[in-house]
Write a protein that binds this ligand. Structure first.
Ligand code: HPA
Length: 273
């Protein structure tokens, strides 16, 4: 098992030396949602290429920066540079931004992502709050893969996703009059999009949205004591639910379309938290 503390001590120290403040809340930006970082006051941006052991982001729509920003009187760490399993990185590498956030004393984290709509009532442009991830039985598998120390002590009652955070996000949507779906976010490993048959299976298991990130990050967050929530931008009908072939271009275009609502929702949430 990888010990995140030992493996990434140098990484955390390099970031800690440069930070303008200890962030209280972290926001990880998903595919096509990176612009959010420009909508708040940036105090300092650290390029992830300058951080030792930080994996290179290879996906279009994911720039590599850790931004230290202010909004609504809150000190934020905004991660623009998510690391994906399908890029060839291990789950412990994927969890590195969360590890850094927790070591800098962040207490809350919002993971955002682009996802395919599996629930037939969902349409591109919808926003979805995760009420669960892949059912419940992926957790013990992730424990070993991510490399959590002392997981036994922390594993008994993980509030995952955090009910407090989810309630705030629901209230933020109500206040902003944004229609917010709620559902189960389902992780697939990628890199290719799912087949229609796989989507049928995920539907049967109760998945509402499908994507290639977030679940392991959320699990790591909760395990190290961060309150975590996940907001998905439904960028497309999942495979088989529309006659069109799914492309990364479509994902980026829908994210572009919905980014105003996304920005309002996240900003209001930050204010309420
Ligand atoms: N499947 C997996 N990941 C995704 C999708 C999808 O349909 N859309 C955006 N990310």
């Amino acid at each position: 098992m990888i010990n995140m503390n030992a493996k990434y001590r140098e990484t955390v120290e390099a970031v800690a030396k440069q930070i303008p403040f200890e962030p209280e809340m972290c926001i990880v930006l998903g595919s096509g949602l990176g612009d959010f970082a420009d909508k708040v006051e940036t105090v300092k941006s650290i390029s992830t290429t300058s951080i030792p052991n930080y994996p290179k982001s290879t996906v279009q729509g994911h720039q590599g920066y850790l931004h230290f920003s202010n909004y609504g009187g809150k000190k934020l760490l905004i991660v623009q540079g998510r690391i994906h399993f399908y890029e060839g990185y291990s789950l412990s590498q994927c969890a590195l931004p969360v590890h850094i956030a927790s070591k800098l004393n962040c207490k809350k984290i919002i993971l955002t992502n682009a996802a395919g709509g599996v629930n037939p009532n969902f349409k591109p442009g919808d926003l979805m709050l995760a009420i669960s991830f892949n059912g419940v039985n992926i957790k013990s598998e992730l424990t070993g893969l991510i490399g959590l120390a002392n997981i036994e002590q922390k594993n008994s009652f993980l509030d995952f996703p955090s009910s407090e955070m989810n309630n705030k996000i629901i209230n933020a949507a109500l206040e902003e009059k944004i229609s917010l779906r709620q559902g189960v976010y389902w992780l697939t490993k990628g890199p290719s999009y799912e087949t229609a048959a796989e989507i049928k299976m995920i539907q049967k298991f109760g998945g509402d949205a499908v994507g290639m990130s977030t679940v392991h990050e959320a699990y790591y967050s909760a395990s190290v004591g961060l309150k975590v929530a996940s907001v998905s931008c439904i960028t497309n009908f999942a495979a088989g639910l529309s006659p069109n072939k799914l492309t990364h271009q479509e994902v980026m275009e829908t994210a572009e379309m919905v980014k105003k609502d996304f920005e309002r929702l996240i900003k209001k949430t930050i204010e309420l938290l």
